[in-house]
Structures are given as C-alpha cells and as structure tokens.
Design a protein around this ligand. Structure first.
Ligand code: SAM
Length: 473
C-alpha cells in the first residue's frame, strides 16, 4: 500500500490512486456545498492556483452561476497572464516505427497495414523547408518508440538538421520534442541539442487502465513512463509538457492526476510544467474512437480547459488540430496559450502537395492553411505569435513565472509577438492577411507600456520591413 507523497520520486506515491479516489469522493460530497465552492473560487481569484482537491470540487460542481464564475475567472486569468497572444507551432512526424502496443494509436506494432516510414535527413530537410515556407518557426517533433529504428542518435541528427536549415528568410528557432520516455543521459543529450520543451503525454494516470491500454512494449512500464519528467529534469530540461489523452479514462480521475503531477514537479524541482496539452482521442487507421467509452463532450472539454487555467495559471495550455475550428474558438478564450496550425500528422506529409493519409497518426479536424489560421486569430482579436525568445534568452523553467510576476510580459512577450507576426506578414502572408495584420500591429504597439521598449519595437519593425530578421527582447 503506497502513501500519497507529492515529494516522492515513486510514481505510485506522487500519483497516488487512493488519494485520487479520496479526492473524487470529497468532490462528490462537496459539489453542492456552495459556501465551500465560493470559498474555493475566492482562493482561485488570488491567481495562485488551486490544489487538486479544490480544483476537483469545482470540476464536480454543476451550479450554473458558479460555472459562469469559473469561466469568467479563467478568461480573466488568461487575459492578465497571457494577454491576447497565441503562440503557433506545428508537429513534425519523423518516424512511425514503433515497438509499443498502445491500443488507441495506429502506430502500434501489430498494425500491419499501415506503411512504416522514417525520414532520412534529406527528407527532414524537405519537410523543414516546406514548414518554413508556410511561416513556421516552432516545431514539435514526434516519433514512435523504436530503439533500433529511432534511437536517440537519430533524433539528435534530426534536431541538428532542423536547426541548420535556413531557407530564404525562414528558420526553425525552437524544436520541442515528443518522444517516448527515456534515460537521464538521453534527456541530457536532448538538452545539449538545444531543445525547447520535452513533451510526454501520460495518456492516463489510472495505472490499471494504463497497463491494459499499453499491453506490450517498453511503454507498458507505467512507473518508468510516469517518472520520465523527473528524469528529464535531472537531465537539465526544465521545460516539460504534460498531457492526458482524454477519452481513455474518467476525466475527473485524469484531471486530479494531472494536477498532482504538476504539484509533484513543483514540490520536487521547484518548477511546475511548462505546458499542459489536452488531446482527445480521434479516429485513425485501425482506431475507432467510439471503442473508448470515456469520451467527453465539448462542454466538459471546455470546463476542463477553464479549470486547468485556474488551477495552474503559470502553465501554458496547448490545443492541437485534433480539435475543430469551432471547438478551438470556444476554448481559446478560456486559457489556451498555444495552438498548432496547418498540421500534418503523417510522416513526410508537409513536402507533399495534397494531404497524405497513409501514415497519419490521427485525423486532423482543423485543416486550414497557416495563413487562414493566422487571419482567423487576428479577426478574433488575438495576436498570432511566432515568438521563440524565452528559451533562447535562457528564460526557462520558473522564469516565465518571474516575468509574469514582475509584470514584464507586456514589455517582452507582447513586442516579440508583434515582431514575429510582422516577419510572417512580410514573408508568407496573403495580401488580405497582411492588411489585417499591419493594422493590428499598429494598434497593438500602443499596448506596450514602456515608452523606450515601444520605440525599440518600432525601430525593429522598420528593420524587418527592410529585410532584417530575428529581433527579440
Ligand atoms: N511515442 C511517443 C510516446 O510514447 O509518447 C510519442 C508520442 S505520439 C507520436 C503523440 C501522442 O499522440 C501520443 O502521446 C498520444 O497521446 C496521441 N495519440 C495517439 N493516438 C491518438 C489518436 N488516435 N487520437 C488522438 N491522439 C492520439
């Protein structure tokens, strides 16, 4: 019998099954106790986050008036901490060779009819050029787990290739990495290769279900997988990205687990997760999402997003193209800080004229071009940002928090967003998008509080107009 201990390095202790069950029972018991709900909401209004217990009570509460307060608070926190900027990235699939048996993923080893593909360095270069030609500056690389086909050396080679390609005015300035759990030594190598965030989805925090959903392969080892972020941090990576694949298990269980994981990282390493992703299971070759009976409605999905924003205000939140335009419109205001755009989830998909489906990991709901996504964000009043400054300036780990606390976001992230948007408008945008963007930049310049910063930003914008690139605060 394991005891709950957020400071422990043993998965069963920091994600403690009994503690989650007790939390859910506590939430059920108190979900109609409106005095307690109000007290928790008041705590949340201090913007210092909430414990997994308190947040679970809010998740269970169905009182319409309180729900409105939760949404309003999430929107306010999002505005105060992240402003109207939305950072944009794209996934890049390197290889779909995989030795695991994940039952929700078409790359599982037993799937014999999906073609297997691994990009050569020449093909990586082609993909990167195609991504740069769209305007992307930030990638998340993805690969199946296969010690022989996709060893760490291969991943490192790919990172090196990606950073080395400079096509026209293009550049990939931040590579985030989503590969299977690995050793401290390998995490150190990734860190040395200059990666941004190390992303690893937990898929489910429910150990018993995890073992069934990952019946074979190294990913079957729940503890090794769950303790991966601790090893990543030991290896020197202090920006890590958590996530749950919603639909596999009960969402309330996952929500409590996710927050416990964040609390654990904070307790042990002094820094919480950099981002949280909220993917939902999608149709894919060999995968029927209706076979998983814990799927969540769009309403619950929105509630989860709002409560993540409230519970961990300093953690970025990511919504991928698994979600449709309309769902994205609904949840972005509730706390999302990053979205993917114009994604292709197949190996080698970007270099193809038409979207290939053969090796796709899942169906993409939002299939718009990057130009369309950028325009859409601006039409909703957001600033699409291609900024990658923080980690390049050494602002990783808890430093976003310090920036935020020092009130410097508007003097730093805001001008960076405007300058990177300007680059996009100059190099890649359609005429219509450019016209909207230029107007937006002029209006948003006024929202830089420091006169001096505003002036420097104006100068940089002029220089971008003249062809110089890559300014940052
Ligand atoms: N092999 C790595 C690992 O073990 O974490 C890389 C991750 S995989 C390329 C990216 C993520 O896609 C997975 O962690 C999983 O959550 C998600 N995924 C897998 N199948 C999916 C499906 N059918 N629908 C939506 N997301 C899926």
């Amino acid at each position: 019998m394991y005891r709950y201990d957020p400071k422990s390095l043993v998965a069963d202790e920091f994600i403690n099954h009994q503690e989650i069950l007790d939390t859910l029972a506590y939430a059920d018991q108190h979900k109609d106790d409106l005095a307690l709900v109000d007290e928790i909401l008041q705590k949340a209004e201090a913007r210092k986050g909430l414990s997994h217990r308190d947040a679970s009570v809010l998740l269970a509460c169905e009182d319409p008036e309180r729900l409105q307060r939760m949404y309003a608070l999430a929107e306010q926190i999002k505005k105060d901490f992240y402003g109207n900027r939305i950072v944009i990235f794209a996934p890049l699939y390197l290889s779909n060779y995989c030795v695991n048996g994940c039952v929700y993923c078409p790359y599982h080893m037993k799937n014999k009819h999906i073609p297997r593909k691994k990009l050569t360095q020449e093909e990586v270069a082609k993909e990167v050029i195609a991504l740069q030609d769209m305007g992307h500056k930030r990638l998340a690389i993805e690969a199946g787990e296969h010690p022989e086909m996709n060893p760490i050396e291969y991943i490192l080679d790919c990172i090196h290739t990606i950073y080395s390609i400079k096509h026209k005015n293009g550049a990939i300035r931040r590579v985030n990495v989503n590969i299977a759990a690995t050793t401290v030594e390998n995490y150190r190598k990734l860190k040395e290769a200059g990666i941004g965030t190390y992303i690893l989805f937990q898929e489910t925090y429910h150990k018993e279900s995890y073992l069934q959903l990952h019946p074979t392969g190294p990913k079957h080892d729940y503890n090794y997988h769950t303790e991966a972020m601790d090893r990543a941090m030991q290896g020197g990576i202090d920006d890590v990205g958590l996530g749950v694949l919603f639909g596999l298990e009960l969402y309330r269980y996952e929500f409590a687990g996710l927050l416990m994981h964040a609390e654990h990282l904070e307790a042990v390493h002094g820094v919480g997760p950099h981002t949280i992703s909220v993917p939902r299971i999608k149709h894919a070759d060999d995968i029927d999402p209706s076979a998983f009976d814990n799927s969540i409605s769009d309403e619950i999905f929105a509630k989860l997003c709002a409560l993540i924003r409230i519970a961990v205000p300093y953690t970025g939140m990511i919504i991928s193209t698994r979600e449709s335009q309309s769902v994205r419109e609904k949840v972005i205001p509730l706390g999302v800080s990053q979205i993917s755009g114009a994604s292709r989830t197949s190996v080698g998909g970007y270099a193809e004229e038409d979207r290939p489906h053969e090796t796709e990991q899942f169906d993409v709901s939002d299939q718009r071009t990057l130009d369309e996504v950028v325009r859409w964000l601006m039409e909703m009043g957001y600033i699409p940002s291609f900024c990658t400054a923080c980690y390049r300036e050494g602002r990783t780990g808890d430093r976003f928090m310090s920036l935020c606390k020092a009130g410097q976001i508007q003097n730093c992230c805001h001008p960076n967003a405007l300058m990177t948007l300007k680059e996009f408008l100059m190099d890649y945008a359609s005429e219509e998008t450019r016209a909207i963007g230029e107007k937006l930049i002029q209006a948003e310049l006024n929202n830089i509080p420091k006169e001096k910063v505003r002036q420097i930003c104006r100068d940089h914008l002029e220089k971008i107009e003249q062809g110089i690139r890559d300014f940052r605060f």
